[in-house]
Design a protein around this ligand. Structure first.
Ligand code: PBG
Length: 326
């Protein structure tokens, strides 16, 4: 057997570095932060070791860590003091994520802020929209105006990007119109348009206190068995004016990510969700893998076509990059 070019190009670390096709950099990372309205809380999420719910009045510590690590973009999720059937906390001008955004913009204007536009963290029933009392299901059309109100209040608070995650039909078009009508033509929409109904969101619902009190989200989120449907979702969001597309979850849906990458030229975002984080974190803590497993997962998402990654591992990754591990 001859020693051919495959082995030659792997023969030294310099060589491997030179021919590496995919890289993860700090610029790719988006860090999610759970913000609590109530004062003086910094509480680890039991199912997500290393991830905290933080009060607005303590947010500056968290932001300092983010900024020191070199993370350039954050996405805030809110846990309001009070929840109600209409999710009014989502579209209150001084709601918890609106205030988090103002604090972040005041202290670290260079950090890009994404706000998640959904009602599930603000409704007492935990669903992403208004419930039709007859069908006990989320009512699409009466939910849309509330999402528009939410997005506009988020833009008013200074959000750089609006990320609607509710999966109502027509949500991108309505939010685009609402933003345009209110003087926010320049604010892009990062749509969670390809969002599967997934068990991997379990720990997030712990963190955001948004587990539905009845039923599930299968009438509005996608069936994990469907690949062509992702193409339809992509087409409708693009025609409605979305600027960036999220695929969520990430690791079990890399085929979908590659399809999206091949079929559009808008930036593609991987959401490395809470369950993926928890599984990996627990396995590392149990000594099954070393931390390199995190990088291997990030590389897989980028190789599948993601331009950016929303990940709870963002701080760990920055540390590894600083230490020259990759
Ligand atoms: C809100 C929302 C969810 C996630 C992001 N935005 C929860 C859900 O749909 O149940 C999940 C993110 C994660 O698991 O990390 N709709």
């Amino acid at each position: 057997m001859s020693f051919d070019r495959h082995r030659r190009l792997r023969s030294t670390a310099f060589m491997r570095d030179m021919v590496r096709e995919t890289r993860v950099t700090k610029d790719d990372l988006i860090y999610p932060i759970f913000v609590v309205e109530q004062d003086d809380i910094r509480k680890e999420v039991p199912s997500m070791k290393g991830v905290y719910q933080v009060s607005l009045n303590l947010l500056h510590h968290e932001l300092e860590e983010v900024s020191d690590a070199g993370i350039k973009t954050v996405i805030f999720f809110g846990i309001p003091d009070e929840k109600d059937p209409e999710g009014t906390g989502a579209y209150h001008d001084h709601g918890v994520v609106q205030e988090a955004c103002r604090i972040s913009k005041r202290l670290y204007p260079e950090i890009l802020v994404i706000l998640d536009t959904c009602l599930c963290e603000y409704t007492d029933h935990g669903h992403c929209g208004l419930i039709d009392p007859k069908t006990k299901d989320v009512d699409n059309d009466s939910t849309l105006p509330l999402l528009v109100k939410t997005a506009v209040s988020q833009a008013k608070a200074g959000a750089d990007i609006i990320a609607p995650s509710n999966m109502m039909d027509g949500f991108v078009a309505e939010i685009r119109k609402g933003l345009d009508d209110n003087g926010f033509r320049h604010i892009p929409i990062m749509s969670y348009g390809i969002k599967f109904s997934s068990k991997f969101y379990g720990p997030f619902r712990d963190a955001a206190e948004s587990t539905p009190s009845f039923g599930d989200r299968r009438t509005y989120q996608m069936d994990p068995a469907n690949r062509s449907e992702a193409q339809r979702e992509l087409n409708s969001d693009l025609s409605e004016g979305c600027d960036m597309m999220i695929v969520k979850p990430a690791l079990s849906f890399l085929d979908i990510m590659r399809d999206v990458r091949n079929n559009t030229d808008v930036p593609v975002v991987a959401y490395n969700v809470s369950g993926e984080y928890a599984m990996t974190r627990n396995a590392i803590d149990a000594g099954l893998f070393d931390e390199g497993i995190i990088m291997e997962q990030m590389i897989s998402m980028k190789r599948a076509g993601a331009d950016m990654i929303i990940t709870y591992f963002a701080k760990d990754i920055c540390k590894m990059l600083d230490e020259g591990m990759y």
